[in-house]
Design a protein around this ligand. Structure first.
Ligand code: GUN
Length: 280
């Protein structure tokens, strides 16, 4: 039986630490970390994420603003809002919830965010910083995975780490963080030959492909650590990961559940980045 990596518990611990640091920052320097979240359109999943982000800010004592813009918002209007937040001293972090409606250019907006306020770490400046090992802002989901490993006393150093998925938000930065932690890292994707054999080599397997129950017992080495970044909605409305939990759990040494694994950590790391921006 695998050790369950409890993201809810670890997330609560880290948020408590952030709450304490925030109270001290306010007392000592008179600074209250401020986060602005922009959401364009009515995507239901994004609405839930944004509500959760605002609530999390409140719980740790941050100031937050949510801008709910209509789906017809123009690029100029969105850019103008980002420009105004870039020079707003009460706002230390700016997050534009993705995906944006199709007529808007994501790259253009992300490039416009002041890199010092880029708490998602999506700006090419911060992406570049991660490549060269300057880790002021870390992308939230991969940073959350690293925090889960650290607090579960799992050290990637010298281990074979396999990441399935090569997205800019998760797969690629995840590989960088594992490499920085001295793992030997392989990135797999849809064109990888004999994926199962590559995955069976992994001491630490991180799965981020967005396909429900994709990783079965045949892809996992007995004793491996399995981190499931997937969040898929089943037909009955239930959340499920990319890993077939009931098959893999008996052979892994440690595993994250879905929900309650990586998910809760993502917003926690956003709070951490916002605190870092405010404390600069
Ligand atoms: N949409 C899904 N995940 C994310 C995220 O981490 N940041 C932003 N800005 N949008 C998202």
């Amino acid at each position: 039986m695998a050790m369950l990596i409890d993201g809810k518990r670890i997330s609560a611990l880290v948020r408590e630490e952030i709450k304490e640091k925030t109270a001290a920052l306010k007392t000592e320097k008179g600074i209250v970390p401020g986060l602005a979240v922009i959401i364009v359109g009515e995507d239901p999943a994004s609405q839930v994420y944004v509500r959760n982000k605002a609530r999390a800010c409140e719980e740790v004592g941050f100031y937050s603003e949510v801008y709910r813009l209509p789906a017809e918002t123009t690029q100029e209007e969105l850019n103008a809002l980002v420009d105004s937040l870039n020079v707003n001293d009460a706002i230390h972090g700016i997050l534009v919830q993705l995906p944006l409606p199709k007529h808007l250019d994501e790259t253009d907006v992300l490039l416009r965010i002041n890199p010092d306020k880029d708490v998602d770490a999506f700006h090419p400046y911060n992406v570049g910083n991660i490549m060269i090992g300057d880790y002021r802002f870390l992308p939230c989901t991969p940073a959350g995975v690293m925090e889960l490993l650290k607090r579960s006393n799992i050290d990637p150093a010298g281990k074979k780490c396999v990441v399935i998925g090569r997205s800019n938000i998760v797969g690629k930065p995840m590989a960088m963080l594992l490499l920085h932690a001295n793992g030997t890292v392989t990135i797999c994707h849809s064109r990888t030959k004999d994926l199962a054999a590559v995955c069976r080599e992994a001491d630490i397997l991180v799965v981020a492909i967005g396909r429900a129950d994709f990783v079965g017992a045949d892809m996992v080495k007995p004793g491996a650590v399995v981190i499931d970044v997937g969040m898929n909605r089943r037909e009955d409305g239930k959340l499920t990961g990319d890993v077939n939990f009931s098959e893999v759990e008996p052979i892994a040494s440690a595993i994250t559940p879905v929900p309650g694994g990586v998910g809760p950590m993502t917003i926690t790391m956003l709070l951490q980045n916002t605190f870092t921006a405010a404390n600069k």
